[in-house]
Write a protein that binds this ligand. Structure first.
Ligand code: AMP
Length: 187
């Protein structure tokens, strides 16, 4: 199954992606992790994106779209993709459609973890202590949340008409969210 986990930063996409990877023997595609890896390895792309990432701004669609290709066309990951943090803009959503079509794949489930701003701010401040991410600073979190709302609203409108789109209350406990997700898997 190919699954998109959609929702604001701190919604729990990463946590649920890890559950889905185990459950479905899938592959997590976290564009945030892929981009952080470029920065840690100090690649040319890493040098280009570091300021955007640290300031809580999105990285250019073209860069993210290009980095994603090799995962989608990897035969070992076929129909086992768990997208965490992608697509985040309408252009990315359309790009994903094209890539999946040309690799004869489809999206089976789109799960929207909906969480309000107040809860997100509390959660990310906790994560800052645990993971020490530079972009988990309070002002930057607010910017990331606002950017998310602005840029991803069209993505939400794009997907919400699909019959495989489901909205889940992401503000409850992890286990409750997981069992809701389990209900949509049919496996
Ligand atoms: P995340 O780990 O998903 O919270 O992403 C951390 C940061 O990586 C975001 O604030 C963006 O700067 C960048 N990023 C991650 N995924 C994307 C994406 N799909 N498009 C653009 N920027 C992204």
């Amino acid at each position: 199954m190919n699954i998109i986990l959609f929702g604001p930063p701190g919604a729990g996409k990463g946590t649920q992606a890890k559950y889905l990877v185990k459950k479905l023997n899938g592959f997590q595609i976290s564009t945030g992790d892929i981009l952080r890896d470029e920065i840690n390895k100090d690649t040319d792309i890493g040098k280009k994106i570091v300021n955007n990432m640290n300031d809580g701004r999105f990285v250019d669609d073209e860069i993210v779209n290009n980095l994603l290709k090799k995962y989608i066309f990897d035969p070992s990951k076929r129909q086992k993709l768990i997208f965490d943090g992608y697509p985040r803009s309408l252009s990315q959503a359309k790009n994903l459609d094209i890539l999946l079509k040309s690799s004869n794949q489809k999206i089976d489930l789109i799960l929207f973890l909906n969480v309000n701003k107040e809860t997100i701010l509390k959660r990310i401040q906790k994560r800052k202590i645990l993971e020490k991410r530079l972009d988990d600073d309070l002002n930057i979190i607010i910017k990331r949340y606002d950017t998310y709302i602005e840029t991803t609203k069209p993505v939400l409108d794009y997907y919400s008409k699909n019959s495989n789109f489901h909205e889940i209350d992401g503000s409850t406990e992890i286990d409750k969210i997981t069992s809701k997700i389990e209900g949509f898997l049919n496996v």
